[in-house]
Design a binder for this molecule. Sequence first.
Ligand code: PEP
Ligand code: MN
Length: 340
Amino acid sequence: MIVVLHPESTPAQVEEASAFLAERGYTVHPIRGAERTVIAAAGGALADEPGASEQLLALAFVETVHLIDKPYKLAARAYRKEPTVIDVRGVSIGGENVVIMAGPCTVESREQLLETAREVKRLGATVLRGGAYKPSTSPYSFQGMGIEGLKLLAEAREETGLPVITEVMDLRNVELVCQYADILQIGTRNMQNYDLLREVGNVRTPVCLKRGMSAKIEEWLQAAEYILTRGNPNVMLCERGIRTFETYTRNTLDLSAVPAAKELSHLPVIVDPSQGTGRASLVQSLCRGAVAVGADALLIEVHPHPERALKDGPQQVTPELFARLMDEIRPIARAVGRTL
Ligand code: PEP
Ligand code: MN
């Protein structure tokens, strides 16, 4: 780290800060300029673990502290040069193939789920999505079918062969959801639920970590680090839109986060244009954009009758629209060196 001291700091204060760092295992190099002194400190605990930078800032004569190391290690590109490829029942996520995960926002009934699963499979999806436990802003809106929804997802998997991604909201349900899900989804509202992150880190079921709606990219990577440090290496990141001043779209889908996350990390990156826009009419264009900027997978909400959906009707595409968007993204995948 680089510690910048106030211009009027005294030699005794430079000594005090240097001793503080040396005690914590840093090799300390004070650099005395004409106006002020900075201290270069190397080799301390990774990612400033003991919080030395904050403690230093509590000293009145310390102006700023710049951390050089990333606050995450296992998720960092430097840790693993090769991109991580996650195998989900024979579907590779993070490899050459762009994976399409599609299905309803929420499991609503046997008929709705099976009809959607058959359609998305026929049209080229290789993973089935569907929420059994739904995070809702309003306690009055549909909260999902719970375990009955999980059982229906298992039935749809049995019939179609499509592996299943579904959300786990409560750390007490991780074991249960693992019995039914092939990928555990951590929703945007839980990106910083550290107990839940630790719990899904303890299992080996792949985890799709959605970006918090107000989370910076490196906060998202630190959330991934919580899972990785517990031993689960199968983490994929999902950009699903962030809160901005714009209200025409439900969220602002941050496509720049895809190449940015890939620059910083080896983990696969998924894009969810459904939550990202909130509008079925925009999903198609954002799918094209997501493939063009290098997304490893798309997570798309498809409903046979969006006007009857119990949740997120305006953003769910019909199978007809899904078919068209699949046709549109194939040549884009080829153009960026991917298959689909
Ligand atoms: C969803 O995928 O239906 C969902 C609720 O996602 P998010 O957590 O991104 O809002
Ligand atoms: Mn939804």
